[in-house]
Design a binder for this molecule. Structure first.
Ligand code: GLC
Length: 535
């Protein structure tokens, strides 16, 4: 039997925004209280974004202690309780590991700041002398992904590298001590019962040790956007794979899995991460970034399967996460695809109805594709982006570091609505760390549970059929014609119409449709068809 992760549906929980038992930030006991809800969705596992001790300069992706829970979220005992309850419900727990950088409050970085240039403590990071007569210029011209320079100067004149915020110094993975420390961190959590890791910025750990100049923009999370730019000295270096071969050996002792967050847009390069002795999964960000057209989607699906087949891996489909504009909003923009980094109130606003219709169609497409799939919390509710957040409420460092040039990711991180007539839509009795937009309660879980046509019930039904027909493990055959996608997935047939209508083919019956269908499948609609007679 293949490893469970090859066909799993994994639900991403963003702890800050999931459910708060008190205060304005979500917490681990809140998540534990909602595990029954997660199990009822029909997913196999949950992935928790960081809950580690952290000053929260990048919403927890700035980790000060990888072996402890931030008091904001609870305690280690709360985490143990979460894992135990998940286990009872048959849910696996995957956690985020952030190996590219630490927080500037991590003991290692504090020690480095208090140590001499060239000291062992500084060798755990990338400290360098500056250029120019007095060393007043940064060692390279690299830009931070979050905007602004990727180097910050310390009082004794040296500079340290941070590909993200200045509070997130990059670790030096040439250093064996760093490697040992992370293997020990993996074991710490595996011993506590987690089933695997989502590896943050997996393609960024190794840097060209010569530190050559490279003056190109690495956009937030999309890695290198300019296809004509020379290979980046910090992204997707061949040497990065050795790290994961070592990790694989540790994980195998526990039968655990790992998934790479590697914003590598070339399918061949990305497939290298899922070779047999490395990752089990790598997010398919080509799929997430693909414009919503028949030809783009078809080409992405085909080339993803082809590239991964060469290394005998499946594909991990993903449409949303905590870094991109929420799907129904992205799908309602004039230009579909990965979308901008946030939407401002003064930007052209998404077409809500069109976006929702396409988003349902895209979900039904994704959930029939063999391989594994990810759902970001709130995706099952059809939550839109908050597109009118006041600037004073924004927290994402990308907003501040780009001086407002990019709105940032707060709009996809709004605390979830659970109960329509409770304060903060049932997220917390006390508050919400980001303001919820008007109408948020209309999306609340309690409302959707009672509506047979709701996004929630649609997602549950899709997941139930996916399980019944074992779609994650079937063979797929592409029989698409022009403008319409047509796939056989095991016993089922899936048709996705984009800007053209098409008729339901003879001999087939609609099992599930993303929008109402009679004999005609309307535009922006996906249907799952069966040849079985009606029971
Ligand atoms: C990843 C995370 C993102 C974070 C960044 C730096 O891309 O998904 O949220 O800001 O890494 O850790």
């Amino acid at each position: 039997m293949d490893h469970w992760s090859r066909s799993a549906v994994i639900y991403q929980v963003y702890p800050r925004s999931y459910k708060a038992t008190s205060g304005s930030v979500g917490d681990l006991p809140g998540i534990t209280a909602k595990l029954d809800y997660i199990a009822q969705l029909g997913v196999d596992a949950l992935w928790l974004s960081p809950f580690y001790r952290s000053p929260q300069k990048d919403a927890g992706y700035d980790v000060a202690d990888f072996r402890d829970v931030d008091p904001l979220f609870g305690t280690l005992e709360d985490m143990d309780a979460l894992i135990a309850r998940a286990d009872k419900l048959g849910l696996k727990v995957i956690i985020d590991i952030v190996p590219n950088h630490t927080s500037d409050q991590h003991v290692w970085f504090q020690e480095a700041l208090n140590s001499e240039p060239g000291s062992r403590a500084r060798e755990r990071y990338w400290f360098r002398d500056g250029r120019g007569d007095g060393g007043e210029l940064p060692p390279t011209d690299w830009e931070s992904v979050f905007g602004g320079p990727a180097w910050t100067r310390v009082p004794d004149g040296q500079w340290y590298l941070h590909l993200f915020d200045a509070s997130q110094p990059d670790l030096n993975w040439e250093n064996p001590e760093v490697r040992e420390e992370f293997e020990s961190i993996l074991r710490f959590w595996l011993d506590r019962g987690v089933s695997g890791f989502r590896v943050d910025v997996a393609h960024g750990l190794m840097k060209d040790p010569d530190l050559p100049d490279w003056h190109h923009k690495s956009w937030m999370v999309s890695g290198q956007d300019e296809t004509e730019a020379p290979p980046a000295p910090m992204w997707d270096l061949d040497t990065v794979h050795d790290i994961y071969r070592d990790w694989r050996k540790v994980l195998d002792e526990y039968d655990a899995m790992m998934c790479a967050e590697a914003w590598v847009m070339d399918d061949e390069r990305r497939s290298l991460y899922v070779r047999a002795d490395e990752f089990d999964q790598c997010f398919n960000f080509s799929f997430l970034s693909s414009p919503w057209t028949a030809s783009d989607m078809q080409a992405t699906i085909r080339s993803s399967y082809e590239a991964n087949a060469r290394v005998s891996a499946t594909t991990s489909w993903v449409l949303s996460n905590h870094d991109v504009v929420r799907l129904p909003s992205r799908m309602g923009l004039a230009k579909t695809g990965k979308g901008p980094n946030g939407i401002y109130a003064h930007d052209p606003q998404p077409d809500h109805d069109l976006g929702l219709r396409r988003s349902r169609a895209a979900h039904l497409l994704m959930l029939a594709l063999p391989g594994s799939a990810y759902l970001y919390n709130g995706e099952e509710l059809g939550l839109p982006e908050h597109t009118t957040l006041p600037d004073k409420a924004r927290q994402d460092p990308t907003f501040y570091r780009t001086k407002g040039g990019e709105g940032g990711r707060d709009g996809c991180r709004i605390p979830l609505p659970w109960v329509s007539d409770k304060p903060y839509a049932g997220f917390s009795p006390d508050g919400s760390w980001l303001p919820q937009p008007d109408g948020w309660a209309d999306f609340a879980v309690d409302r959707q549970e009672n509506d047979p046509n709701s996004y929630l019930n649609f997602t549950r039904t899709a997941l139930a059929y996916r399980a019944k027909y074992d779609l994650g493990r079937q063979e797929i055959r592409d029989e698409s014609g022009d403008g319409v996608l047509d796939y056989r997935v095991g016993p089922l047939r899936m048709i996705v119409s984009f800007d053209e209508e098409t008729v339901v083919p003879e001999g087939w019956r609609v099992l599930l449709a993303s929008s109402p269908v009679d004999d005609v499948i309307g535009t922006d609609t996906t249907v799952w068809l069966t040849a079985e007679p009606q029971a």
